[in-house]
Design a protein around this ligand. Structure first.
Ligand code: DGY
Length: 312
């Protein structure tokens, strides 16, 4: 029998698979992440850890002698030091696939909201500033018929592309390697210059940190919108704030931020922003599926198997 640490409180039903295993489950009822030293103490005698993306799983934790697997209830794994995991022979599993639809839906929501300026219109209504229907108030731009550029074309990017077909959008994409598909742009700058919406769908890695930098924002159309449902640090946030404030681009729909959960006051004050608190996968069904897939991968590793969702 192995010992498994669950680092934070899950949602109802989230512990179902682990709870019905033969292993001993130590479920911390923490509403948020523990500081690293406290997490290392709690994990000192466990074989597996089920954690959330807000937990930092670093060298101190990965070098614990008994630990053999970390399961992240997220597809993004930038909170885990993969080099340290490899060095200490700790397997890492994540949750690919099960959150594609929810995240793609949210990307579309942000594209629509940013193009149609719905946050601003709703704020006016709630503040009692709406005095009646007017031909010229709250004018935005259609998503229908727009040209959308996807930065990254993995599972979530492709799910976004499928949805955009229903909007008669022209969908282009940028990936490092030629996909051989129509719409591929080898140059991110050329893609950015051509589109009405630039939507980010890459993981956070050394290569993608600040990929959407000042130079990319500078070539976008003044009417264009940036959407980010991937990871905050992929976008150079200070440059984005400048671009919005100076009118270099029209709007941004963001679900992720450079220093979560902190959102800079300059970004909060910037015009044309639709801001959500990292809720891309936040539907009950998807979050339960994520808990289940991470648990399944963790149990498989403990059983000496190699699950499909092992990343390292
Ligand atoms: C992930 O899984 O990486 C998302 O950001 C949260 O669901």
């Amino acid at each position: 029998m192995a010992r498994i640490l669950v680092t934070q409180r899950l949602i109802d039903g989230g512990l179902a698979r682990l709870g019905s295993s033969d292993h001993e489950i130590v479920a911390l009822e923490q509403p948020g992440p523990l500081p690293t030293a406290a997490l290392a103490r709690a994990a000192s005698d466990v074989d597996g850890i089920l954690c959330l993306l807000s937990d930092r799983i670093d060298q101190q934790i990965l070098s614990l002698p008994r630990l053999s697997v970390v399961a992240n209830v997220a597809v993004g794994i930038d909170n885990i030091d993969l080099a340290a995991a490899r060095a200490h022979n700790v397997a890492v599993v994540n949750t690919p696939g099960v959150l594609d639809a929810s995240t793609a839906d949210l990307a579309i929501l942000l594209m629509l909201a940013a193009r149609r300026r719905s946050s601003e219109a709703e704020a006016d209504l709630r503040a009692g500033r709406w005095t009646g229907w007017s031909l010229g108030d709250h004018l935005g731009d259609d998503l229908s018929g727009a040209t959308v550029g996807l930065v990254g074309r993995g599972r979530i990017g492709q799910a976004v592309e499928r949805r955009l077909r229903g909007f008669d959008a022209t969908v282009l994409h940028h990936t490092r390697h030629d996909t051989g598909l129509e719409g591929w742009h080898g140059s991110l700058h050329e893609l950015a210059a051509e589109v009405d919406v630039l939507s980010v769908h890459v993981p956070l890695t050394v290569e993608t940190r600040a990929l959407i930098d000042r130079s990319v924002l500078a070539v976008m159309r003044p009417s264009a919108v940036l959407v980010n449902t991937a990871r905050g640090p992929v976008v150079e946030e200070a440059a984005l704030i400048d671009a919005l404030t100076s009118g270099t681009i029209a709007a941004a729909g963001l679900d992720v931020f450079e220093r979560e959960p902190e959102v800079s006051t300059a970004l909060l004050a910037a015009p044309g922003t639709v801001l959500l608190p990292h809720v891309g996968s936040a539907t009950t069904a998807t979050r339960l599926a994520m808990c289940d897939l991470a648990s399944k991968g963790l149990l498989a590793i403990l059983d000496g198997e190699l699950p499909e969702n092992v990343v390292s």
